[in-house]
Design a protein around this ligand. Structure first.
Ligand SMILES: [Zn+2]
Length: 476
């Protein structure tokens, strides 16, 4: 049987977080009443002329630099012709033979392996409107989204598995969010991806016929859609059939892809330079200025967390996977310079509560100040580590201070020597056999005796202190 290799390239549409649209001053706020954010330009009325949004160009350059792209100047807008009811001009303004960014790379980690994905190009284009099929008679068109700026980021066919695609997509989203150019929200459509998938017999250079997948709005669906498509294609090929170049939709309910349309070729769109828009010149000084103000990107932050805070690479990866979490972590460390302890709490207790309640870390009821106040109580021995962990869900949900909660729950740890001494004497009296074993040289019975004292104290005794006092009594 022929063994096939999977080949995947990816197109990602990232909605740029500009205040206004790509070629007019209309707003871009999501979820407004239909057709309230429109004007003659984005309605495609005759005689209206587009003007390029400077911020959108700047965001494209910023992304290009972060992805190690060459910035093309001048770059140029082109008309891509097709009919759709939500595209009133009859063409979309995009970029074709002269995109703003070209020849970049993004390094990703798949499992424990590093892989470099080449970025072929990233170009600016306007979004279309939306056809609304629900509610009322017939279908309606909402043009609020028409003209919203998108950056389409296209890779070379460098990925070989759904895992690699997900790793790339996650890294790309992190970069876009770190740069502040896209909110990365896949459910709202701010980040949309279209993988193209083909198979070829292992060892062959030439690519097979590719199928493009659409309608994917989560990492989970990307993985499922690609895996389904790989199975489907390998079945067709191994039965001697042929793959047709086409666009297929991912059906989330049925868990399968289905034909949407046969794939068009670039020449079908009759691209030509948009005569209403001059070529976009980007002065070298402006590019240098944007480069100078690039923020620290996720990969660099991971390295810094490992080097400066002594964190394992895995932990640094988890903490930096979202800019907000990394910022939170650094705020805590600034208040309480014990990065390893802070990292355990953020990755464990905090992220667990945030995930369970679906809360963004920026809106966490446990602020860095509150988290640090709890860690300080643990360090001072006022509350045991275990009790503090058990307490955390309530600490997270309620507004009480750590001190107040520890007191109210009676969790204040007993470190007082006379109180502990009484409990220890009791434990020794009750367990003469173990005491005898210790005297015969069996050191490990200390653990058992500590356990007895802890139990007698209802978990409130300070275990370190108990250990110390026990040994003193046994050897004294
Ligand atoms: Zn407009």
């Amino acid at each position: 049987m022929t063994q096939y290799e999977t080949v995947i390239g990816l197109e990602v549409h990232a909605q740029l977080q500009t205040q206004s649209k790509l070629f007019c001053a209309c707003g871009t706020v999501f979820g407004q009443a239909p057709n309230t954010q429109t004007c003659p330009v984005c309605l495609g009325l005759p005689g209206a002329l587009p003007v390029v949004n400077r911020t959108a160009v700047e965001m494209a350059v910023r992304t290009g630099l972060a992805l190690n792209c060459a910035i093309r100047t001048p770059n140029r807008f082109a008309r891509k012709h097709y009919f759709y009811p939500d595209l009133p001009k009859g063409y979309q303004i995009s970029q074709y033979e002269a995109p703003i960014c070209e020849h970049g790379t993004l390094d990703v980690t798949v499992g424990a392996t590093a892989k470099r994905i080449r970025v072929r190009r990233a170009h600016l284009e306007e979004d279309a409107g939306k056809n609304v099929h629900e509610g009322g008679e017939g279908s309606r068109v909402d043009l609020n989204r028409a003209g919203t700026p998108l950056l389409e980021i296209v890779t070379e066919p460098d990925m070989r598995s759904s895992e690699e695609v997900v790793a790339y997509l996650k890294s790309l989203r992190d970069v876009l969010v770190y740069l502040g150019v896209c909110d990365g929200n896949m459910e709202q459509g701010s980040l949309r991806c279209e993988p193209n998938v083909s198979l070829r017999p292992v060892g062959r250079q030439e690519f097979g016929t590719k199928v493009e997948l659409k309608n994917i709005n989560s990492f989970k669906f990307v993985k499922e859609a690609i895996e389904y498509e790989v199975k489907r294609q390998s079945k067709v090929l191994s039965e001697g059939g042929t793959i047709h170049q086409e666009t297929r939709l991912w059906d989330t309910d049925r868990g399968m892809t289905a034909t949407m349309r046969s794939k068009e070729e670039a020449h079908d769109y009759r691209y030509f330079p948009d005569p209403d828009l001059a070529p976009v010149e980007i002065p070298a000084a402006w590019i240098a200025e944007i480069r100078r103000t690039l923020p620290e990107l996720p990969a660099a932050r991971v390295k810094r967390f490992v080097a400066d805070f002594g964190l394992p690479e895995y932990d640094a990866g988890v903490l930096t996977s979202s800019k907000a979490v990394a910022d939170y972590f650094e705020s805590c460390v600034a208040l309480y310079p014990q990065p390893k302890t802070v990292s355990h709490w953020v990755m464990g207790e905090l992220l667990r509560e945030l995930n369970t309640s679906g809360t963004d870390v920026a809106a966490s009821p446990v602020t860095p100040e509150r988290l640090v106040s709890l860690l300080k109580l643990v360090e001072a021995g006022t509350v045991s580590l275990k009790a503090a962990r058990d307490l955390f869900p309530e600490f997270y949900a309620g507004g009480k201070s750590a001190e107040q909660l520890v007191q109210e729950k009676g969790l204040t740890q007993v470190s007082d020597e006379s109180a502990l001494g009484a409990l220890i004497d009791e434990a020794l009296a009750k367990n003469p056999a173990q005491v005898a074993q210790f005297k015969e040289g069996k050191q490990q019975v200390v653990g058992f005796l500590v356990g007895q004292v802890m139990k007698a104290s209802g978990g409130k005794a300070n275990p370190g202190k108990v250990n110390e006092l026990l040994k003193r009594k046994l050897t004294g």
